[in-house]
Design a protein around this ligand. Sequence first.
Ligand code: NAD
Length: 377
Amino acid sequence: MNGFRYVSYAQEVVFAPGALARLSEAVQRLGWKRLMLCTNRSMKARGHVAALQAALGESLVALFDCVQPHVQDTQVNEALALAVQHEVDAVIGMGGGSPIGMAKAVANALTSTFPDAKPSIPVIAVPTTYAGSEMTAVYGITHTREKPPRKVTVNDPKIAPRLVIYDPELTLDLPPDMTAATGINALAHCIEALYSITRQPASTAMAIRGVHHINNALLRCYQDGNDLEARSEMFIGAHLAGLSLASVKMGLHHGLCHVLGGTANVPHGIANSILLPHAIRFNADATAAQLLPAAEAMGISLNGISPTVAMEALAQKISDLIRKMHLPQRLREAGATLKESDLPHLAQLGFQNGAVQNNPKPITEPAQVEALLRAAW
Ligand code: NAD
């Protein structure tokens, strides 16, 4: 057998409808006294910020409520200045992957600002999408002054959120398009974990179970956002997807989504949806054995069909799900700023991306990436 190695993190996870009300108890028990919240305007408009303020009272000493997508370096500097001014000892990210990424970036910068004076600043994550950042020790930061801007990944065990509050009630107002896009993001984490070059028994078990829950619940959440049972099952799927993402190296799909997000500003979940069937087809001949359990978990009967046919059925089933949720299916529909003439440059950047280089089917030249992007155009 092949041996394996992976890193897991000491995290406290609280999962329950209404769990936000338990944040204060956990914060007191863990000894944090001056907290800062990173979030965005829609969280404020929907009343989630007020609910968190009510839960924390005076221990919430700073608020950065205008986080933009894809964690921009200029915003990290602004939020860091606020955190230093208020001498915060823990940073909360509430919302999708962007506010949680911002909280990680601020905590990381704050720890480096006071390397001797303080232990590392902990991150608390309160996710409201299915993107999975709450379980990982990674964030992407976009260097906005580069032309074109470039998103770089930072990986450090210190920034894995120490406390994660999953409250499915906070997802009831996640709009259908964001439900769909971030749900496919979670599904993609499971798919890439299954065929990862560093997959191991725990990541595989979590990813298969994640696909099962996502397949059961995602379309129901899209069709009726107020279905708390479906929202809860989908959040469990996203949690398992995030856990599997945290413990393996991702591949082609993940790397290209980062390039499309950081350089062409394609929303993360939209890039995920468009590229996932293409990544499955691209990798099919090298990864069918690993993806057969995902096909089964999505209800595809494997009786009497070859692995090749099963992989096409899996790609098709995911395309059908994406179509039913009215997500864009072609890169040309992904955003007005993306042009077909950008594809060679994006392919070049994709080829240099670390996750792309970790793809289970070796990628030896940018032309392979460009062909995939053109197939998705
Ligand atoms: P996002 O955080 O950029 O949020 C997108 C939009 O959804 C925002 O306008 C936000 O206000 C809205 N929204 C979020 N929750 C809502 C709710 N409950 N109700 C109403 N509106 C809500 O999107 P995302 O897809 O969650 O995250 C994408 C970012 O996260 C990307 O930058 C991606 O690279 C990163 N990411 C990181 C990891 C990691 O492990 N570090 C994992 C996945 C994604």
